[in-house]
Write a protein that binds this ligand. Structure first.
Ligand code: GLA
Length: 748
């Protein structure tokens, strides 16, 4: 029973094997919070965890209880203005101009499983036994608004899914000015805040700082979740490491504007809130209407950051991502973008695809440039085939690619339009643009008004027509600029505060329509690489293009950072040409693959330009990935050595039964005469021996406690000259090595 209600104490205890979450009905009828953390035994009451001392200069909302103030009460879904001065979870603007509300407990229900929502991404269960859902109904007597807080506690995954729903049961129209998806009030502030930030081509770098009194926040106001800040935050204890200690994860299952913040107050309470960014958000709630916030997934691990990430990987991979590709090893693909840009013909494309077929690639993806009169400045919005490039249409090319034994995939950027396009000329009102203001361009394009269902329908029908008859297995859905001058001509003035959210709902609706029409499709989401890389997108597209930066050394970091919050199967990782197009660096082709294997693997180049020797290497790489992708994409992943803080980086995956593992070790800038290197492996069975690359035999216990000892040439600058038997593992800058471990004495 993961949800228990103690009638006498009016307390709810939500728990599974790993976590406990306790909340209660406060003396004023509102909801308070008592505990969130490692699983604790149930009690009839935890009310003693609530602070009730009378604090100087606090105000109190109930005359008869001067020692009860919301200022120092940990709360479930707090409001501003009645003795609590901290960041609120919500705000309702009422016809008389007041923002004050008082939501008191009315009722609750506990049901098996988890309810479904049609219009927004969310976590789900496959059978009702997997989870229980608690819904608590509260009401504000003055406005007549009903607030439903929902909590789904997963039994086997250390996670609680939360959201809030406002229903206007009163008679006046109201404005919801803030509606966060959750609030957690931790009783202390001994936390480090971890965020995953960067920019285009250097996404999701972990940044850690100690919380201090005041507000620590990340956000996006770009209309997409952004590469600048990722909607995923970890709060960890200062002594938490990869291998031990408490860590709390928060994922916003949403792809638009967001805010995540922790406010430490004067009494050391840490209030964490996450949800739609309240800036520019204002939702008109007319009588009878409801507003449902997107979901936040709270995850907890007492076993360090690797423990937290592994739990998150399972949650996002199996209970957020959906569809036939969810559990399937991903096809090895070849994409033409870095090879051709938009300049290609059917024949030049087939030439690239043919070489792909020769090396064993399984899916060919035609990138940007196949539609309209596409140039850098034109064509977006016109999803009819450019017959000068593809004389036989998408179907013609798809058939020929299929005839090579390859599946066929295609690129789209459905949310965008160029001014130089037939669509814009016919429908200038289809773009997001503020009347009488200039329209800012990004990548020479404008953003279509996806808050208008007519625009979404128009794009859907164009795409379906172009794809008619073509055997398409995969779509790369791109989104290459942020929203500016956000204004929809489809919505009246008093609903402009809804446009950012309605836009992203429009994006989700197009995904739903396309998935309904082509249920077998593998979607890869993309936004100039990883600028919309979030749990919301994963619901539709089980993988995302991780970053436009395909340099192996940069990718080592980006993938390492991404692994904190996202599963290995959720990002595309490709071997590209050298010198690398983004950073100009040349790295060995082996290293490029050794990094890209840890992802949805592929190539992003014209393989015809490789030497015969390199082609043989590529053939072996493709074969290796086919043999090991089940383990790599679905095994248990451990970060071993952080490339942001070391010259080297390392990670590994272990099979669920511990019988096999693959370790990746990577050299960034080489050094000379360094200390001995030990890579402490994790997740092995300490009682078993493991054969490493069919050569050495070592104990699982040793490999974890002493570590793997690579032969590192950096111990001596000339070591590589004295390596007749090839036993040196790392030879210099950008070198890398994979170790394949197989258990022997299995089960003995
Ligand atoms: C974005 C993507 C690239 C490529 C180009 C095409 O930058 O991230 O992978 O698809 O668009 O224009």
């Amino acid at each position: 029973m993961p949800v228990i209600f103690h009638e006498g104490a009016k307390e709810f205890h939500l728990f599974n094997q790993t976590l406990s979450y306790v909340l209660n009905v406060l003396p004023n009828g509102q909801l308070g919070q008592l505990y969130y953390g490692k699983r604790i035994r149930d009690r009839a009451s935890f009310s003693y965890l609530m602070e009730t001392s009378c604090r100087p200069i606090s105000s109190w909302p109930m005359k008869e209880l001067p020692n009860f103030s919301l200022e120092f009460t940990r709360q479930e879904y707090p409001s501003f203005g009645t003795t609590d001065f901290r960041q609120p979870a919500f705000e309702i603007n009422q016809p008389n101009g007041s923002h004050i509300s008082n939501f008191v407990y009315v009722s609750h229900s506990i049901t098996a499983g988890k309810p479904d929502w049609a219009h927004m991404p969310h976590s789900y269960v496959e059978s009702p036994e997997e989870a229980q859902t608690l819904e608590i109904v509260l009401a504000d007597a003055v406005t007549g608004v009903e607030l439903t807080l929902s909590y789904t506690v997963f039994e086997q995954i250390s996670a609680i899914a939360r959201s809030a729903k406002f229903t206007n049961k009163g008679t006046d129209p109201l404005r919801l000015e803030r509606a966060m998806s959750l609030c957690v009030d931790f009783p202390d502030d001994d936390f480090e805040w971890m965020q995953f930030s960067g920019a285009w081509a250097r996404e999701r770098a972990p940044k850690v700082r100690k919380l201090e009194m005041g507000v620590t926040a990340i956000e996006s106001m770009r209309g997409h979740s952004s590469s600048h800040e990722n909607p995923f935050v970890i709060l960890k204890r200062p002594n938490t490491t990869e291998a031990s200690g408490d860590a709390y994860g928060f994922h916003f299952v949403y792809s638009g504007n967001f805010l995540a913040q922790a406010e430490v107050d004067t009494f050391n309470v840490t209030r964490f809130t996450m949800g739609i960014n309240p800036r520019q958000f204002s939702w008109k709630l007319t009588p009878g209407e409801s507003f449902q916030t997107p979901e936040v997934l709270m995850t907890f691990s007492p076993d360090g950051l690797n423990g937290l990430s592994q739990n998150i990987h399972t949650l996002l991979r199996t209970r957020v991502a959906r569809g036939p590709w969810r559990d399937q090893p991903r096809p090895v693909l070849l994409n033409n973008w870095e090879a051709t840009g938009m300049e290609f013909t059917e024949e030049s494309i087939l030439n690239i695809a043919r070489k792909g077929a020769e090396v064993g690639v399984e899916l060919f993806v035609l990138d940007d440039g196949w539609f309209g009169h596409r140039t850098e400045f034109s064509g977006l919005g016109d999803w009819y085939v450019d017959k000068s490039k593809l004389p036989n249409g998408v179907k013609g090319l798809a058939d020929k690619v299929n005839a090579l034994g390859l599946k066929f995939g295609i690129w789209i950027e459905p949310e965008m339009v160029n001014e130089d396009s037939d669509l814009y000329r016919a429908h200038p009102e289809y773009v997001l643009a503020t009347p009488q203001r200039s329209m800012s361009l990004g990548r020479s394009q404008l953003v279509l008004d996806f808050s208008n269902p007519e625009v979404v329908d128009c794009i859907y029908h164009q795409l379906v027509e172009s794809f008619e008859g073509a055997n398409i297995s995969y779509i790369k859905w791109d989104m290459n600029r942020s929203i500016t001058e956000c204004y929809s001509r489809h919505w009246p003035a008093d609903q402009q505060g809804e446009v950012y959210h309605r836009y992203i709902l429009g994006v989700y609706s197009l995904y739903e329509k396309l998935l309904a029409k082509y249920p077998h499709l593998l979607f890869e989401s993309c936004s100039s690489g990883g600028c919309r890389f979030d749990a919301g997108m994963l619901y539709y597209a089980p993988q995302a293009w991780c970053s436009d930066d395909t340099d192996a050394m940069q990718r080592l970091r980006i993938q390492y950072g991404s692994s904190y919050g996202y599963p290995i199967s959720s990002w595309g990782a490709h071997v590209s040409e050298c010198p690398n197009q983004q950073v100009g660096r040349s790295t060995p082709i082996e290293t490029r693959a050794n990094v890209a294997f840890f992802g949805a693997f592929g190539y992003e180049m014209d393989l015809n330009e490789l030497t015969d020797e390199e082609i043989e290497v590529v053939k072996r790489q493709v074969q290796f990935m086919k043999e090991h992708r089940q383990l790599i994409q679905f095994g248990t992943f451990y970060r071993l050595m952080n490339p942001y803080t070391n010259d080297k980086g390392a990670w590994m995956v272990v099979a669920p039964d511990q019988s096999e593992a693959i370790v990746g070790l990577y050299q960034q800038m080489n050094q000379v005469n360094t200390g001995f290197l030990q890579v402490h492996l994790q997740g092995l069975n300490p009682d078993w021996d493991y054969e490493i690359d069919g050569k050495l035999v070592r104990g699982g216990d040793e490999l974890m406690s002493f570590g793997l000892m690579p032969q590192d040439a950096s111990a001596h600058p000339l070591a590589m000259l004295f390596d007749p038997d090839g036993s040196i593992d790392l030879m210099g800058d950008y070198d890398s090595k994979l170790y394949h471990l197989k258990a022997i004495h299995h089960g003995s």
